[in-house]
Design a binder for this molecule. Structure first.
Ligand code: PLP
Length: 394
Protein backbone atom coordinates (compact mmCIF):
# COMPACT_ATOMS: atom_id res chain seq x y z
CA UNK A 1 0.00 0.00 0.00
CA UNK A 2 1.42 3.42 -0.88
CA UNK A 3 1.61 6.50 1.36
CA UNK A 4 -1.46 8.06 -0.21
CA UNK A 5 -3.60 5.09 0.85
CA UNK A 6 -1.89 4.80 4.23
CA UNK A 7 -2.71 8.43 5.08
CA UNK A 8 -6.28 7.52 5.94
CA UNK A 9 -5.32 4.48 8.04
CA UNK A 10 -5.15 4.19 11.80
CA UNK A 11 -2.33 5.47 14.01
CA UNK A 12 -0.76 2.05 14.53
CA UNK A 13 -0.90 1.14 10.84
CA UNK A 14 0.92 4.36 9.98
CA UNK A 15 3.39 3.83 12.85
CA UNK A 16 4.35 0.45 11.35
CA UNK A 17 4.13 1.10 7.61
CA UNK A 18 4.06 4.78 6.65
CA UNK A 19 6.90 6.17 4.51
CA UNK A 20 8.71 2.94 3.80
CA UNK A 21 10.47 3.20 0.44
CA UNK A 22 11.38 -0.25 -0.78
CA UNK A 23 14.42 -0.48 -3.05
CA UNK A 24 14.87 -2.77 -6.06
CA UNK A 25 16.17 -5.47 -3.71
CA UNK A 26 12.58 -5.94 -2.43
CA UNK A 27 13.74 -5.99 1.22
CA UNK A 28 10.98 -6.34 3.82
CA UNK A 29 12.67 -4.43 6.64
CA UNK A 30 13.93 -0.92 5.88
CA UNK A 31 17.61 -0.55 4.93
CA UNK A 32 19.96 2.09 6.36
CA UNK A 33 21.35 4.43 3.71
CA UNK A 34 24.88 4.98 4.96
CA UNK A 35 25.99 7.54 2.43
CA UNK A 36 27.08 11.11 2.89
CA UNK A 37 26.42 12.18 -0.71
CA UNK A 38 24.51 11.15 -3.85
CA UNK A 39 25.50 10.87 -7.49
CA UNK A 40 24.06 12.59 -10.56
CA UNK A 41 23.58 11.34 -14.12
CA UNK A 42 25.28 14.37 -15.62
CA UNK A 43 26.58 17.85 -14.91
CA UNK A 44 23.22 19.24 -16.00
CA UNK A 45 21.38 16.87 -13.64
CA UNK A 46 23.60 18.01 -10.72
CA UNK A 47 22.94 21.64 -11.59
CA UNK A 48 19.18 21.05 -11.75
CA UNK A 49 19.07 19.35 -8.35
CA UNK A 50 21.32 21.99 -6.74
CA UNK A 51 19.20 24.71 -8.33
CA UNK A 52 16.01 23.18 -6.94
CA UNK A 53 14.43 22.66 -10.38
CA UNK A 54 14.55 18.92 -9.90
CA UNK A 55 13.96 16.94 -6.71
CA UNK A 56 16.72 14.73 -5.37
CA UNK A 57 19.20 14.05 -2.60
CA UNK A 58 22.42 16.05 -2.60
CA UNK A 59 24.19 15.55 0.69
CA UNK A 60 23.18 13.89 3.97
CA UNK A 61 23.43 17.09 5.98
CA UNK A 62 20.28 18.13 4.07
CA UNK A 63 18.53 14.86 3.34
CA UNK A 64 19.01 11.11 3.60
CA UNK A 65 16.37 8.51 2.67
CA UNK A 66 16.51 6.80 6.10
CA UNK A 67 16.14 10.12 7.90
CA UNK A 68 13.39 11.24 5.50
CA UNK A 69 11.41 8.05 6.19
CA UNK A 70 11.54 8.76 9.93
CA UNK A 71 10.51 12.40 9.37
CA UNK A 72 7.54 11.46 7.21
CA UNK A 73 6.34 8.81 9.62
CA UNK A 74 6.57 11.08 12.66
CA UNK A 75 4.89 13.96 10.78
CA UNK A 76 2.02 11.62 9.96
CA UNK A 77 1.66 10.47 13.59
CA UNK A 78 1.67 14.05 14.92
CA UNK A 79 -0.68 15.19 12.15
CA UNK A 80 1.76 17.80 10.81
CA UNK A 81 2.65 18.79 7.24
CA UNK A 82 6.37 18.66 7.79
CA UNK A 83 9.02 17.24 10.12
CA UNK A 84 12.71 17.99 10.45
CA UNK A 85 14.84 15.42 12.34
CA UNK A 86 17.74 16.75 14.40
CA UNK A 87 20.79 15.39 16.20
CA UNK A 88 19.19 15.76 19.66
CA UNK A 89 16.14 17.15 21.41
CA UNK A 90 18.15 20.23 22.39
CA UNK A 91 19.18 20.88 18.80
CA UNK A 92 15.49 20.60 17.81
CA UNK A 93 14.74 23.43 20.25
CA UNK A 94 17.76 25.45 19.16
CA UNK A 95 16.93 25.04 15.46
CA UNK A 96 13.34 26.13 16.03
CA UNK A 97 14.42 29.29 17.80
CA UNK A 98 17.26 30.15 15.44
CA UNK A 99 14.94 29.80 12.47
CA UNK A 100 11.83 31.52 13.81
CA UNK A 101 13.02 34.22 16.24
CA UNK A 102 15.42 37.11 16.00
CA UNK A 103 17.24 39.55 18.22
CA UNK A 104 14.77 41.78 20.08
CA UNK A 105 12.06 39.11 20.23
CA UNK A 106 10.49 38.04 23.50
CA UNK A 107 9.76 34.45 24.49
CA UNK A 108 7.44 33.26 27.25
CA UNK A 109 8.09 29.82 28.70
CA UNK A 110 6.67 27.78 31.49
CA UNK A 111 8.82 27.76 34.61
CA UNK A 112 8.87 23.98 34.79
CA UNK A 113 11.02 23.07 31.80
CA UNK A 114 13.77 20.59 31.06
CA UNK A 115 16.92 21.96 32.78
CA UNK A 116 19.01 22.37 29.60
CA UNK A 117 16.15 24.22 27.90
CA UNK A 118 16.13 26.81 30.69
CA UNK A 119 19.88 27.17 30.39
CA UNK A 120 19.68 27.53 26.62
CA UNK A 121 17.17 30.35 27.02
CA UNK A 122 18.85 32.14 29.94
CA UNK A 123 22.49 31.90 28.88
CA UNK A 124 22.60 31.56 25.10
CA UNK A 125 19.45 33.16 23.69
CA UNK A 126 20.01 36.08 26.02
CA UNK A 127 23.46 36.63 24.47
CA UNK A 128 21.74 37.19 21.13
CA UNK A 129 19.09 39.57 22.44
CA UNK A 130 16.16 37.19 22.90
CA UNK A 131 14.63 37.64 26.32
CA UNK A 132 12.65 34.96 28.16
CA UNK A 133 9.94 35.41 30.81
CA UNK A 134 8.85 32.46 32.92
CA UNK A 135 5.30 31.80 34.07
CA UNK A 136 3.44 29.08 35.92
CA UNK A 137 2.54 26.46 33.32
CA UNK A 138 -1.08 26.05 34.41
CA UNK A 139 -1.91 29.75 35.02
CA UNK A 140 -3.58 31.37 31.99
CA UNK A 141 -3.54 34.69 33.90
CA UNK A 142 0.25 34.62 34.14
CA UNK A 143 0.66 33.76 30.45
CA UNK A 144 -1.67 36.60 29.54
CA UNK A 145 0.08 39.08 31.84
CA UNK A 146 3.54 38.22 30.49
CA UNK A 147 2.69 39.10 26.88
CA UNK A 148 4.60 42.10 25.49
CA UNK A 149 4.35 43.80 22.09
CA UNK A 150 7.47 41.88 20.98
CA UNK A 151 6.36 38.44 22.25
CA UNK A 152 6.85 36.03 19.36
CA UNK A 153 6.81 32.59 20.96
CA UNK A 154 5.16 30.65 23.79
CA UNK A 155 7.07 27.53 24.81
CA UNK A 156 5.67 24.71 26.99
CA UNK A 157 6.24 21.16 28.10
CA UNK A 158 3.06 19.40 29.07
CA UNK A 159 3.16 17.31 31.18
CA UNK A 160 6.22 18.99 32.63
CA UNK A 161 9.41 17.41 33.86
CA UNK A 162 9.55 16.26 36.66
CA UNK A 163 6.35 17.50 38.37
CA UNK A 164 3.93 16.50 35.58
CA UNK A 165 2.08 19.82 35.57
CA UNK A 166 -0.30 20.27 32.67
CA UNK A 167 -1.46 23.24 30.63
CA UNK A 168 -4.49 23.65 28.42
CA UNK A 169 -2.94 23.62 24.93
CA UNK A 170 -6.14 24.72 23.18
CA UNK A 171 -6.57 27.78 25.43
CA UNK A 172 -2.92 28.69 25.15
CA UNK A 173 -3.14 28.48 21.35
CA UNK A 174 -5.94 31.05 21.37
CA UNK A 175 -3.72 33.42 23.37
CA UNK A 176 -0.78 32.79 21.02
CA UNK A 177 -2.88 33.44 17.95
CA UNK A 178 -4.33 36.66 19.37
CA UNK A 179 -0.81 38.04 19.79
CA UNK A 180 0.58 36.60 16.60
CA UNK A 181 2.97 34.38 18.56
CA UNK A 182 4.06 30.81 17.79
CA UNK A 183 2.98 28.14 20.28
CA UNK A 184 5.66 25.46 20.70
CA UNK A 185 4.89 22.28 22.65
CA UNK A 186 7.63 19.89 23.75
CA UNK A 187 5.62 16.65 23.47
CA UNK A 188 8.34 14.44 24.93
CA UNK A 189 6.39 12.96 27.85
CA UNK A 190 3.22 12.02 25.93
CA UNK A 191 4.38 11.44 22.36
CA UNK A 192 1.73 11.49 19.59
CA UNK A 193 0.47 8.16 20.92
CA UNK A 194 -1.12 9.99 23.88
CA UNK A 195 -1.40 13.65 22.85
CA UNK A 196 -1.41 15.55 19.55
CA UNK A 197 -0.74 19.24 20.23
CA UNK A 198 -1.09 20.35 16.57
CA UNK A 199 -4.72 19.22 16.60
CA UNK A 200 -5.26 21.31 19.73
CA UNK A 201 -3.93 24.44 18.02
CA UNK A 202 -0.18 24.38 18.69
CA UNK A 203 2.03 25.52 15.80
CA UNK A 204 5.15 23.48 16.49
CA UNK A 205 5.80 20.17 18.26
CA UNK A 206 9.28 19.36 19.57
CA UNK A 207 10.60 15.91 20.43
CA UNK A 208 13.58 14.49 22.14
CA UNK A 209 13.54 11.23 20.14
CA UNK A 210 16.05 9.99 22.72
CA UNK A 211 13.16 9.28 25.07
CA UNK A 212 9.96 7.41 24.18
CA UNK A 213 10.30 7.57 20.37
CA UNK A 214 13.30 5.29 20.65
CA UNK A 215 11.97 3.74 23.82
CA UNK A 216 14.98 1.58 24.52
CA UNK A 217 17.65 4.11 25.46
CA UNK A 218 19.86 3.48 22.43
CA UNK A 219 20.38 6.77 20.62
CA UNK A 220 20.18 10.56 20.95
CA UNK A 221 18.01 12.49 18.50
CA UNK A 222 15.24 15.04 18.12
CA UNK A 223 12.56 16.34 15.80
CA UNK A 224 10.43 19.37 15.00
CA UNK A 225 6.96 19.00 13.46
CA UNK A 226 4.67 21.72 12.10
CA UNK A 227 3.54 23.36 8.88
CA UNK A 228 5.44 23.50 5.59
CA UNK A 229 6.43 27.18 5.85
CA UNK A 230 7.77 27.20 9.41
CA UNK A 231 9.23 23.67 9.55
CA UNK A 232 9.67 22.52 5.94
CA UNK A 233 11.13 25.85 4.78
CA UNK A 234 12.45 27.96 7.66
CA UNK A 235 13.64 25.34 10.15
CA UNK A 236 14.86 23.04 7.39
CA UNK A 237 16.84 25.94 5.92
CA UNK A 238 18.56 26.48 9.28
CA UNK A 239 19.29 22.77 9.62
CA UNK A 240 20.83 22.39 6.17
CA UNK A 241 22.98 25.45 6.77
CA UNK A 242 24.03 24.93 10.40
CA UNK A 243 24.09 21.12 10.37
CA UNK A 244 22.55 19.65 13.58
CA UNK A 245 21.41 16.73 11.43
CA UNK A 246 20.19 13.30 12.58
CA UNK A 247 22.41 10.40 11.56
CA UNK A 248 20.84 7.71 9.34
CA UNK A 249 21.69 4.99 11.88
CA UNK A 250 19.76 6.85 14.56
CA UNK A 251 16.84 7.56 12.22
CA UNK A 252 16.61 3.84 11.50
CA UNK A 253 16.47 3.11 15.24
CA UNK A 254 13.83 5.78 15.84
CA UNK A 255 11.65 4.49 12.99
CA UNK A 256 11.75 1.04 14.60
CA UNK A 257 10.78 2.74 17.88
CA UNK A 258 7.73 4.36 16.30
CA UNK A 259 6.45 0.92 15.26
CA UNK A 260 5.82 -0.06 18.89
CA UNK A 261 5.18 3.43 20.27
CA UNK A 262 1.50 3.24 21.10
CA UNK A 263 1.78 -0.27 22.58
CA UNK A 264 4.62 0.89 24.81
CA UNK A 265 2.91 4.13 25.86
CA UNK A 266 -0.19 2.18 26.91
CA UNK A 267 1.89 -0.30 28.89
CA UNK A 268 4.00 2.45 30.52
CA UNK A 269 0.79 4.26 31.51
CA UNK A 270 -0.85 1.13 32.92
CA UNK A 271 2.14 0.34 35.12
CA UNK A 272 2.61 3.98 36.15
CA UNK A 273 -0.92 4.36 37.50
CA UNK A 274 -0.42 1.25 39.63
CA UNK A 275 2.86 2.57 40.97
CA UNK A 276 1.42 6.06 41.57
CA UNK A 277 -1.52 4.56 43.49
CA UNK A 278 0.85 2.47 45.56
CA UNK A 279 3.16 5.44 46.29
CA UNK A 280 0.18 7.58 47.31
CA UNK A 281 -0.61 5.09 50.08
CA UNK A 282 2.96 4.83 51.35
CA UNK A 283 3.52 6.47 54.77
CA UNK A 284 7.01 7.75 53.83
CA UNK A 285 5.81 9.48 50.65
CA UNK A 286 4.51 13.02 51.15
CA UNK A 287 3.49 13.93 47.57
CA UNK A 288 2.92 12.04 44.33
CA UNK A 289 2.81 13.91 41.01
CA UNK A 290 1.07 11.92 38.30
CA UNK A 291 -1.64 13.18 35.91
CA UNK A 292 -3.57 9.91 36.20
CA UNK A 293 -4.24 10.41 39.92
CA UNK A 294 -7.53 12.02 40.92
CA UNK A 295 -5.50 14.14 43.36
CA UNK A 296 -3.55 15.74 40.48
CA UNK A 297 -4.62 19.42 40.22
CA UNK A 298 -5.29 19.11 36.48
CA UNK A 299 -6.68 15.58 36.47
CA UNK A 300 -9.75 16.59 34.45
CA UNK A 301 -7.68 18.47 31.87
CA UNK A 302 -5.28 15.52 31.56
CA UNK A 303 -8.23 13.21 30.87
CA UNK A 304 -9.51 15.55 28.18
CA UNK A 305 -6.19 16.38 26.53
CA UNK A 306 -4.33 13.05 26.76
CA UNK A 307 -5.50 9.54 25.98
CA UNK A 308 -3.51 8.17 28.95
CA UNK A 309 -1.38 9.65 31.73
CA UNK A 310 2.07 8.46 30.58
CA UNK A 311 4.99 6.82 32.36
CA UNK A 312 6.58 9.58 34.43
CA UNK A 313 5.96 9.94 38.17
CA UNK A 314 7.40 12.55 40.52
CA UNK A 315 7.24 11.96 44.26
CA UNK A 316 8.57 13.43 47.47
CA UNK A 317 9.76 11.45 50.47
CA UNK A 318 9.65 12.73 54.03
CA UNK A 319 13.00 14.31 54.88
CA UNK A 320 15.66 16.11 52.86
CA UNK A 321 18.19 15.18 50.18
CA UNK A 322 19.73 12.47 52.35
CA UNK A 323 16.39 10.68 52.63
CA UNK A 324 15.82 10.87 48.86
CA UNK A 325 19.33 9.59 48.11
CA UNK A 326 18.82 6.71 50.54
CA UNK A 327 15.79 5.59 48.54
CA UNK A 328 17.78 5.74 45.29
CA UNK A 329 20.67 3.82 46.81
CA UNK A 330 18.35 1.18 48.27
CA UNK A 331 16.98 0.16 44.87
CA UNK A 332 18.27 -3.03 43.26
CA UNK A 333 16.21 -3.31 40.09
CA UNK A 334 15.66 0.23 38.80
CA UNK A 335 18.54 1.99 37.05
CA UNK A 336 20.00 5.18 38.47
CA UNK A 337 20.20 7.23 35.29
CA UNK A 338 18.92 10.53 34.00
CA UNK A 339 17.37 9.14 30.83
CA UNK A 340 13.64 8.50 30.66
CA UNK A 341 11.19 6.81 28.35
CA UNK A 342 13.11 3.54 28.36
CA UNK A 343 11.71 0.01 28.67
CA UNK A 344 13.99 -0.18 31.73
CA UNK A 345 12.66 1.71 34.75
CA UNK A 346 14.90 4.62 35.69
CA UNK A 347 15.08 6.83 38.76
CA UNK A 348 16.73 10.19 39.19
CA UNK A 349 17.15 12.87 41.85
CA UNK A 350 16.39 15.99 39.77
CA UNK A 351 17.85 18.61 42.14
CA UNK A 352 21.37 17.13 41.87
CA UNK A 353 21.21 15.78 38.31
CA UNK A 354 18.90 17.01 35.54
CA UNK A 355 18.23 20.34 37.27
CA UNK A 356 21.57 20.98 39.01
CA UNK A 357 22.74 23.62 36.54
CA UNK A 358 19.81 25.98 37.13
CA UNK A 359 19.99 28.19 40.23
CA UNK A 360 18.69 27.11 43.64
CA UNK A 361 16.18 29.94 43.40
CA UNK A 362 14.86 28.70 40.04
CA UNK A 363 14.60 25.19 41.50
CA UNK A 364 12.66 26.45 44.51
CA UNK A 365 10.36 28.41 42.18
CA UNK A 366 9.60 25.31 40.09
CA UNK A 367 9.10 23.04 43.09
CA UNK A 368 12.24 20.94 42.48
CA UNK A 369 12.91 20.31 46.16
CA UNK A 370 15.74 18.20 47.58
CA UNK A 371 13.37 15.39 48.59
CA UNK A 372 11.90 15.00 45.08
CA UNK A 373 12.52 11.88 42.98
CA UNK A 374 11.43 11.08 39.43
CA UNK A 375 10.70 7.63 38.11
CA UNK A 376 10.27 6.75 34.47
CA UNK A 377 8.23 3.58 34.74
CA UNK A 378 9.48 0.90 32.37
CA UNK A 379 8.01 -2.35 31.15
CA UNK A 380 9.27 -4.77 33.81
CA UNK A 381 6.69 -6.73 35.84
CA UNK A 382 4.99 -4.09 37.96
CA UNK A 383 5.00 -6.20 41.15
CA UNK A 384 8.79 -6.45 40.93
CA UNK A 385 9.11 -2.67 40.58
CA UNK A 386 6.86 -2.08 43.57
CA UNK A 387 8.82 -4.65 45.63
CA UNK A 388 12.01 -2.79 44.74
CA UNK A 389 10.53 0.53 45.90
CA UNK A 390 9.03 -1.04 49.00
CA UNK A 391 12.44 -2.30 50.11
CA UNK A 392 14.16 1.02 49.30
CA UNK A 393 11.55 3.08 51.16
CA UNK A 394 11.82 0.82 54.18
C1 PLP B 1 15.53 15.05 27.24
C2 PLP B 1 14.63 16.18 26.99
C3 PLP B 1 15.00 17.21 26.10
C4 PLP B 1 16.36 17.24 25.42
O1 PLP B 1 16.54 16.18 24.57
P1 PLP B 1 17.98 15.55 24.20
O2 PLP B 1 17.65 14.51 23.21
O3 PLP B 1 18.55 15.02 25.48
O4 PLP B 1 18.80 16.66 23.66
C5 PLP B 1 14.10 18.22 25.88
N1 PLP B 1 12.90 18.24 26.49
C6 PLP B 1 12.52 17.27 27.36
C7 PLP B 1 11.19 17.34 28.00
C8 PLP B 1 13.37 16.21 27.64
O5 PLP B 1 13.00 15.26 28.50
Amino acid sequence: MDNKDLETKGFDTRAVRYAQQRTGEREHSEPVFTTSSYVFDSAAHAAAVFGGEQKGNIYSRFSNPTVTAFEKRLASLEGGESCVATSSGMSAILSTIMALLQSGDHLIASRSLFGSTIRLFDVYLKKFGIETSYVTLSSMEEWQAAVRPNTRMLFVETPSNPLTEICDIARLSVLAQRHNAILVVDNCFCTPALQRPLQLGANIVIHSATKYLDGQGRAVGGAVIGNQEQVGNQIFSFLRTAGPTMSPFNAWIFSRGLETLSLRMKAHSESAIQMADWLSEHPRVTHVYYPGLKTHPQYALAKKQQSAAGGIIGFKVDGEQEAAWKVVDGLKLMSITANLGDVKTTITHPATTTHHRITAEQRACSGITDNLLRISVGLETIDDLIDDLDRALA
